[in-house]
Design a protein around this ligand. Structure first.
Ligand SMILES: [Zn+2]
Length: 127
C-alpha cells in the first residue's frame, strides 16, 4: 500500500511519511519540526506525569550516597541504603514508621531465609 502525502503539523508543508511510520508520522523530517515534535512530546509527557519531577527528587534524596563502603553496608542490610530522615520529612512520621518497620520485617525475613538456605546439613537426607 502506497503511503499518502500529508501536511506537517508544524510547518504545514506536505511530506511523504516514512513507510514504516505511515499514518502515525505527523511531522516532516526537518530539524525545526522534529525539535517541535520533541518539545510537544515532552510537554504531553509532563502533563501525563505531573508529579514525576517531585518524585524523582525525593527518590534521589532518599538513597544514601553511593560509595564502595555504602555498597558493602547495603549488601549486608538493604535498610541502611535508605535515608529514613528524608523519608520521614517527605511523608510524615506515621507513614515513614509503617514503611520502615514493614521493610525491616521483610528484610529480616529474607535474611533468615538466606541463613536457612546456607546452613550446612548436619543430618543425612531422609526420604
Ligand atoms: Zn514540518
Amino acid at each position: 500500500m502506497a503511503v499518502k502525502k500529508r501536511p506537517c503539523r508544524v510547518c504545514r508543508k506536505w511530506f511523504v511519511p516514512d513507510v514504516h511510520e505511515g499514518l502515525r508520522q505527523q511531522f516532516c523530517t526537518s530539524a525545526k519540526c522534529q525539535k517541535e515534535r520533541h518539545r510537544r512530546g515532552c510537554a504531553a509527557w509532563r502533563k501525563r506525569n505531573p508529579d514525576w519531577d517531585r518524585a524523582d527528587r525525593l527518590r534521589r534524596r532518599m538513597h544514601v550516597e553511593d560509595t564502595p563502603v555504602a555498597r558493602e553496608t547495603i549488601a549486608k542490610d538493604p535498610m541502611r541504603g535508605v535515608r529514613w530522615d528524608k523519608v520521614r520529612a517527605a511523608v510524615g512520621v506515621g507513614v515513614a514508621v509503617v514503611v520502615e518497620e514493614t521493610c525491616g520485617m521483610v528484610s529480616d525475613f529474607s535474611r533468615q531465609l538466606r541463613k536457612q538456605k546456607n546452613r550446612p546439613k548436619t543430618r543425612g537426607k531422609m526420604g
